[in-house]
Write a protein that binds this ligand. Structure first.
Ligand code: A3P
Length: 319
């Protein structure tokens, strides 16, 4: 046995237990031993943590859902986070290292349902593990969109952001052929499709949360009948009835539903949500359907076995 300074001992410890370098945050107010040593900045008698997480995935209408849901008088969303499209993106990412106090600072407003939407969570297994450590009883919402449409929307997103590979391809049609010998195109295709392998990502969440904590939403219904979805969500969350038809209306110019503000003006999401682009051609759809065939079929079986509603697009694909 040899004496080492605390810093040296810590270095040795983390060399040996590399996986512990990133701490796993739990609620400091639950365990009395932790409660005693929590810094005064964490007020255990008035702690607000989210009890609902909207996991995404990206491009499925998650921003619209969050934007509408927060209108309910008994619901509050995290305050704005500069530079990350209002998302806290705490679990599974770099912000996690900023600690619980940083996370808590975005939840100052108490409500029956306090939620955050970070569309980066769904396809990140670490997010599942870290979320279950801090908010194990939280409810989760996952939006299921036909993954072919989601991949196409992602490609459009990359085009809008002037991604060089997407710009060189021009449209998605050629990506399948080109990606066979081109690493950049392969990488881009992978980015477009990886989030849509729903069952694969869902399994990771189910290692940490029970199925009864999860609500699945059909993205097409959310887009076309948001009020119907919001009624289901509020019921599932045990919230009092709220008449969303008074605060949401369809905007013909936007082509989507939008909020109605206090002056009766329509307030739609920004132009990066609900972009205008060419319809997907049949050849691209066939390629994408093939890529997702195994995952879609597994998702169908899973939902049927769990006696959960099967989204219309999935029913159509698996005949
Ligand atoms: P597109 O821009 O490709 O049409 P997310 O917020 O999860 O990233 O999803 C963005 C997608 O939400 C948009 O993709 C759009 O199709 C969809 N969406 C659904 N309802 C919407 C609404 N009311 N306003 C804007 N976009 C909406």
């Amino acid at each position: 046995i040899k004496w080492q300074s605390p810093i040296e001992s810590a270095k040795m410890y983390f060399e040996r237990f590399e996986e512990e370098k990133v701490p796993l945050w739990t609620n400091p107010c639950i365990d009395p031993r932790h409660r005693i040593i929590t810094p005064p900045s964490i007020n255990c008698s008035n702690l607000t943590l989210p009890n609902l997480l909207i996991l995404g995935p990206q491009k499925t209408g998650s921003t619209a859902l969050a934007n509408f849901l927060e209108i309910h008088p008994n619901v509050s969303q995290n305050s704005n986070v500069p530079g990350s499209f209002e998302e806290v993106q705490f679990f599974g990412g770099n912000n996690y290292k900023k600690g619980i106090e940083w996370y808590l600072s975005y939840f100052q407003q108490k409500a029956e349902i306090v939620f955050e939407k970070s569309a980066t969570y769904f396809d990140n297994p670490l997010a599942a593990k870290q979320a279950s450590a801090l908010v194990p009883n939280s409810k989760l919402i996952i939006i299921l969109q036909n993954p072919a449409d989601r991949a196409y929307s992602w490609f459009q997103h990359m085009l809008a952001h002037k991604d060089e590979t997407a710009m060189n391809l021009g449209n998605m049609t050629h990506i399948f052929e080109v990606s066979k010998n081109n690493t950049l195109a392969k990488k881009l295709l992978n980015r477009c499709v990886s989030g849509g392998k729903y069952i694969h990502h869902l399994e990771k969440w189910l290692e940490h949360f029970s199925l009864s904590q999860i609500m699945f939403i059909d993205s097409d219904v959310l887009r076309n009948q948001p009020i119907k979805i919001l009624s289901k969500v509020t019921e599932w969350l045990d919230l009092p009835y709220f008449d969303y038809s008074k605060v949401i209306r369809f905007s013909p110019s936007k082509g989507f539903h939008c909020k109605i503000d206090e002056n009766s003006k329509t307030r739609c999401l920004g132009e990066s949500k609900g972009r205008k682009y060419e319809k997907m051609d049949e050849a691209t759809r066939l390629e994408l359907d093939e890529i997702f065939a195994i995952d879609n079929s597994a998702l169908f079986k899973f939902l049927r076995k769990s006696r959960l509603e099967i989204p219309g697009w999935l029913r159509k694909l698996i005949k």
